[in-house]
Design a protein around this ligand. Structure first.
Ligand code: SF4
Length: 348
């Protein structure tokens, strides 16, 4: 059985054409699944009965089993575990802040990047997610919010996985979520977070879509970065920044650089100066994220005085910077090191 959410509107139109049905069926079915969030074909009342039966034989919608939901009522953060048909497990997080309802999604089951300060990175890589599996994470929360009279306002791709290593599926999921027949979420409501996969950034620049782009930098020196973000060693920091500047030139969007502060590792004044030098003249903002200690991770959170000194040094050198504290920490939201930064950044 095929997952309907894996199909774009054009692919659905091709499917209906192939069974001798008019192409407008694609719009009807896409709207049911993505806009009305109805995943039961028998309830798609503007379709003839024989077609509803045919679709139910061939397709499933939202093929994931929701598992435990962990909530942090104080922060307004909610993590949902989803089990996929092959047993892979992914997590998606809803963050509520003011009028914003931001869903943080995974693009891979597990993560191949292996950041040494991240619990998800330590647990290894399982597989890429399909476009439908990426999108359904947003739709699960969209259904929940709909029942509460609300809607998803933003999506951040900061859960498990490296989006630009699963480029095609990721872009397809975003395009479907962005589609006027779907949730109709504007491109600027999406933030794609990457550790700096240079070909992916350049490809994204050529898409002509104004996503927000976040680069997980975490170090101003290549050797230190290779230690902290092992997969990123393939590209030098200079290559990453040059590619990112192309993205800025194409989209005119300001880039966010994420920098997790690890006590005694990358949080000294020398690193702040080196970072400022790297970003001089760039349309950039630095999110400084004091490390959140977790069992099995060999780092410590720097004291506030060190965090503030790092930030002051950046500001003194003309680099826009903010200190962010992660959300979702109490519910062990994966990649939670980064998540809050975006939520806060978008609120400004
Ligand atoms: S911090 Fe993000 S990119 Fe790095 S290992 Fe964790 S999930 Fe992967």
């Amino acid at each position: 059985m095929r997952e309907l959410l894996d199909f774009s509107p054009a692919e659905l139109a091709d499917f209906f054409a192939s069974i001798g049905e008019p192409k407008y069926r694609a719009r009807q079915v896409f709207e049911w699944a993505w806009q009305h969030l109805i995943w039961d074909f028998s309830r798609m009342t503007n379709l003839p009965e024989f077609l509803r039966e045919r679709l139910a034989e061939e397709f499933a919608i939202g093929t994931a089993t929701p598992g435990a939901t962990l909530m942090d009522a104080e922060e307004g953060t909610e993590k949902l575990l989803l089990k996929l048909p092959d047993g892979a497990a992914i997590e998606t997080v809803l963050m509520r802040e003011g009028a914003r309802r931001t869903v943080c999604i995974s693009t891979q089951a597990g993560c191949p990047v292996g950041c040494t300060f991240c619990a998800t990175g330590k647990s290894g890589f399982h597989r890429d997610l399909s476009a439908g599996e990426i999108a359904l994470q947003v739709l699960f929360f969209a259904r929940k919010l709909k029942a509460e009279g609300e809607r998803v306002t933003h999506v951040v791709l900061m859960g498990m996985g490296e989006p630009l290593l699963n480029y095609k599926a990721t872009l397809k999921a975003i395009r479907n979520l962005n589609h006027p027949w779907g949730l109709n979420l504007g491109a600027r409501r999406f933030t794609v977070s990457t550790v700096g996969i240079v070909p992916g950034i350049l490809r994204l620049a050529r898409e002509g879509i104004q996503f927000n782009l976040a680069i997980s930098l975490h170090a101003p020196y290549d050797d230190l970065r290779a230690e902290l973000v092992p997969l990123a060693r393939k590209y030098t920091i200079r290559q990453v920044i040059t590619a990112t500047e192309e993205y800025v030139a194409a989209t005119k969007r300001r880039i966010t650089y994420e920098y997790v502060l690890l006590y005694g590792v990358n949080d000294g004044i020398a690193e702040a100066r080196a970072l400022a030098k790297l970003l001089r003249g760039c349309l950039a903002h630095v999110n400084l994220i004091p490390f959140n200690p977790a069992p099995g991770l060999p780092y410590r959170r720097p004291p506030l005085s060190r965090v503030e000194a790092f930030k002051r040094e950046l500001l003194k050198r003309g680099i826009d910077a903010t200190v962010r504290y992660s959300r979702g920490v109490r519910i062990q939201a994966g990649c939670g090191q980064l998540r809050a930064a975006h939520l806060d950044a978008m609120s400004r």
